[in-house]
Design a binder for this molecule. Structure first.
Ligand SMILES: [Zn+2]
Length: 286
């Protein structure tokens, strides 16, 4: 009898121990589950909530409403072949690059620009009313005869053969001189090129001469970087956009400078988003 009781007690103890082990396991699993749920909750809270899709008023389709067409010419390429000039090759817009003949990288940059999908024109040096610096082999002076002027224009175009047009570098004196401007117009006409008046003087007769001789032309509306200051360049770019909005299209001129590059890189996408279209100046001629 005593033996039987002892066996029962042992059996009970064994049953209780087994129960304890089972309970402990259930408890462990519960903690694991809680930890998993906690982890998932945290992960979910880190997943960014997608922004609501806002329908655009100005959808870029064939029937798109365009705020205005902006043409930008960047002047003075040819001097440099560095991270600044290459930086302009990475801008994502139809821009026109004006190269001064006679410099170390004039031809090389022309090739690069075309390769990257940009439009190239010759940036022809013209005589200033004050001192005219540099480009002695190319600058067009009012004292020169027709042959010299024509020869220089042809030499510049030979050096930058990918150019499909021209604009003037400086030229506050020569762009008001009918002999110089008529010679330019004749060469442009013969080679089926266009000429954009940079308008370095209010006295310029370039645009009217081109029109009267049947050469496709246009004029600069806004200079972007007369002052080398990012805020001011941005303000000029916005003025250009405003002009494009008012007139339908407008042309701005900037230079191969770091701050100009920084501003264009930042605000071209913003203007495109607002409905402005960037276009090659060759598509904005009259
Ligand atoms: Zn220039």
């Amino acid at each position: 009898m005593k033996n039987f009781r002892t066996s029962i007690i042992y059996l009970l103890i064994i049953i209780i121990m087994m129960l304890l082990v089972v309970l402990k396991r259930v408890d462990d699993r519960n903690t694991e589950l809680e930890e998993t749920i906690d982890f998932l909750r945290k992960r979910n809270s880190e997943i960014p909530i997608p922004a609501p899709i806002i329908p655009k008023n100005k959808i870029k389709e064939s029937s798109e409403v365009i705020e205005g067409v902006i043409g930008i010419i960047i002047d003075d390429f040819g001097y440099r072949n560095d991270e600044i000039s290459d930086g302009f090759l990475n801008l994502d817009a139809k821009l026109t690059y004006a190269i001064i003949p006679g410099h170390t990288y004039s031809n090389l940059f022309g090739k690069k620009a075309v390769e990257f999908g940009f439009e190239v024109i010759v940036h022809m040096p013209l005589e200033n009313t004050g001192k005219t610096f540099g480009e002695e082999d190319f600058v067009l002076l009012t004292s020169m005869n027709d042959n010299v002027i024509i020869e220089r224009l042809n030499k510049a175009l030979d050096q930058i053969p990918m150019a499909i047009g021209m604009n003037n570098h400086q030229g506050s004196k020569a762009s008001a001189d009918s002999k110089v401007v008529k010679n330019i117009a004749n060469v442009m006409k013969g080679k089926k090129l266009f000429f954009i008046d940079s308008r370095t003087t209010a006295e310029s007769i370039i645009e009217s001469t081109m029109v009267s001789l049947g050469v496709p032309t246009a004029r600069r509306n806004v200079f972007l970087d007369n002052e080398d200051d990012e805020e001011k360049i941005k303000a000029q770019l916005m003025e250009l956009a405003q002009k494009a909005s008012e007139l339908g299209s407008a042309i701005g001129i900037g230079h191969v400078k770091k701050k100009t590059l920084v501003v264009l890189k930042k605000y071209i996408p913003e203007l495109q988003e607002k409905g402005f279209k960037f276009e090659f100046v060759s598509k904005m001629l009259r």
